[in-house]
Design a protein around this ligand. Structure first.
Ligand code: NAI
Length: 296
């Protein structure tokens, strides 16, 4: 099965950290993109912020001004889900909640043509469960990008029990065409990376909870001694604690409460306090004075 043709419109739902990044990737690959978010002004703010980021890339000579103009011309705000009805691929990147996501796919099935591929950027929710009850569950597939989507190469192409292998192959080929490095994965809780990453976060959080060292020391050690690009504290601040905590709860539940995946109380505290990381200016670190530099 070949990749999506460039003249196919791509719909993206959710204009947060991931949806905005995915929209940018698709527009850079030559697709017309319609970006929808149910929060007023969120989609246009995301496109404005992309314009700012892309302008920086022109300064660094990664793109020409003309290329950026063309990319931005391909990005459009959709005011309603109905405006996605002509899309050939819709990627959902909304809150990590199965009921809300199921509601979106129900609506999309009533709006989009039967050939439209429906994809979820979920980090952990079973594609099999998401597809259950759909009229055409074979067209639902996981297309799991990593944060930040325009930079990170990996895309997990996740097949549930009902996913048509032709649909998964098309998404795999499309991700390749978009400059990514896709891998096929079966829909198990957390798929590949988010499953392997749970103990990494959990053990780091336990070290902190036992006051073995502060966040900055632990992050520095993981990077310096372990060779990781980011430590668990700065990485989860970037991901967003609401998202990361929801993913851990989902994996923990799906594995019948296996201790290896137990959610951390210090992360729950951050969520309860609304300290969601970079996006709110406060997580394990504070970002109030300089958004790019964590202040332990
Ligand atoms: P976010 O909180 O930054 O953005 C979510 C956006 O979805 C918000 O703008 C919100 O207004 C919108 N939204 C919520 N419900 C909606 C609805 N019913 N209809 C339309 N828009 C709606 O979240 P983020 O981080 O972008 O995550 C989105 C999805 O991507 C989640 O499933 C998450 O697990 C997954 N993901 C997150 C990663 C991360 O590092 N943050 C990495 C890879 C996947």
């Amino acid at each position: 099965m070949s990749a999506l043709q460039k003249d196919i419109v791509v719909g993206v739902i959710g204009a947060g950290a991931m949806g905005a990044g995915i929209a940018q990737v698709a527009a850079q690959a030559g697709h017309q993109v319609k970006l929808y978010d149910n929060r007023d002004g969120a989609a246009s703010a995301a496109i404005d912020s992309m314009a700012t980021q892309l302008a920086k890339l022109v300064e660094r000579q990664k793109f020409t001004a003309e290329q950026v103009q063309q990319i931005l011309a391909r990005l459009e705000v959709a005011q309603s889900l109905e405006e996605l009805s002509g899309a050939g691929l819709v990627v959902e990147a909304i809150v990590e909640n199965i009921d809300v996501k199921k509601g979106i796919f129900d609506t999309l099935e009533s709006l989009c043509s039967k050939d439209c591929i429906l994809a979820s950027n979920t980090s952990s929710i079973s594609i099999t469960r998401l597809a259950a009850g759909m009229k055409h569950p074979e067209r639902l597939v996981g297309m799991h990008f990593f944060n930040p989507a325009p930079i990170m190469k990996l895309v997990e192409v996740v097949s549930g029990l009902a996913t048509d292998s032709k649909v998964a192959d098309c998404i795999y080929e499309t991700a390749l065409q978009w400059g990514k490095k896709p891998v096929h994965a079966a829909s198990t809780p957390g798929f590949i990376v988010n499953r392997v990453a749970r103990p990494f976060y959990a053990e780091s959080f336990r070290l902190r909870q036992e006051q073995v060292a502060d966040c900055a020391t632990l992050d520095a050690l993981i990077k310096g001694a372990g060779g990781f690009r980011m430590g668990a504290f700065e990485l989860t601040d970037m991901i967003g604690h609401d998202v990361n905590y929801a993913v851990t709860c989902s994996v923990f539940d799906a594995y019948y409460g296996d201790f290896r995946f137990q959610p951390s109380l210090i992360q729950k505290d951050l969520v309860d306090a609304g300290f969601l990381g970079r996006k709110t200016g406060q997580g394990f670190y504070s970002y109030h004075d300089d958004a790019d530099k964590p202040q332990p």
